[in-house]
Design a protein around this ligand. Structure first.
Ligand SMILES: Nc1ncnc2c1ncn2[C@@H]1O[C@H](COP(=O)(O)OP(=O)(O)O)[C@@H](O)[C@H]1O
Ligand SMILES: [Mg+2]
Length: 227
């Protein structure tokens, strides 16, 4: 069973006076353990696709199965549950809580899973140590470099042990060498068995994945071949 299966997914934004068809007829599958890049220019529908795959938004047509569940059949509470259980997000702008330590940032997703405070702290510290930030547990985002902030965000994505890591332009705000460090971490995670979906407009970033799915004007123009 594939981890993700999108079948003829469409997403039209209703602007009242005009309809914007951001995605149409998008089909793709991702197997467990794959690292796949979704590559396309600005406006091609990448963020819309990430929102649907991440259960932050719903398609207006088509069928989406995540980890064997037909996502379209879920109510909002069930959708939020499958999201927090199955997916770890990494965003271009890190989206860390300001004025909050790296450790508490990483521990936050566990709060919604009813994990005890002691275990939250232990798992957050372990995730940060795994990403080379064991010496930055008490630092707040403003006291960290961009690359360090993105590593905190990556630790936060991983702390729930998600089936899928979903990253939208994770190096988009980083200087070259910091971006390369973050990409190397994604490669390590893939080697360790994680399933990763990397969304980017940058072919050099997409090249670290074994397969590139090309998106243009809201449609898949090339689904790549599994390596
Ligand atoms: N919330 C929205 N409401 C209306 N149109 C949107 C919305 N989000 C995206 N779009 C439009 O959908 C298309 C795809 O956008 P997006 O998914 O953000 O592409 P990308 O991430 O590849 O730049 C664009 O034409 C964009 O203007
Ligand atoms: Mg985008």
């Amino acid at each position: 069973m594939s981890l993700l299966r999108l079948d003829q997914i469409g997403r039209t934004y209703d602007m009242g006076h005009v309809q914007v068809e951001a995605l149409h007829g998008v089909s793709m599958t991702v197997e467990r353990g794959e690292m796949v890049a979704i590559l396309g220019p600005s406006g091609s529908g990448k963020t819309t696709m990430m929102s649907i795959i991440g259960c932050l938004d719903r398609p207006t047509s088509g069928r989406y199965e995540l980890d064997g569940t037909d996502v379209g059949s879920l109510n909002d509470a069930a959708l939020a549950r499958i999201r927090s259980r199955t997916i770890g997000f990494v965003f271009q702008s890190y989206n860390l809580l300001p004025g909050t330590s790296a450790m508490d940032n990483v521990a936050t997703p566990l709060l919604y899973q009813g994990v005890s405070r002691r275990e939250r702290q232990a798992r957050a510290a372990a995730a940060l140590e795994q990403l080379g930030l064991g010496h930055r547990l008490r630092h707040e985002p403003s006291e960290l470099s961009g690359g360090e902030q993105q590593r905190v965000a990556l630790a936060r994505a991983l702390v729930t042990k998600p089936a899928l890591v979903l990253a939208d332009e994770p190096t988009g705000n980083l200087a070259l060498h910091q971006g390369q460090e973050v990409l190397a971490l994604f490669q390590d995670l893939h080697a360790a068995g994680h399933t990763i979906l990397l969304i980017t407009h940058n072919p050099e970033v997409a090249a670290i994945a074994q397969r590139q799915v090309h998106l243009l004007d809201g449609a898949v123009v090339d689904a790549g071949i599994a390596a």
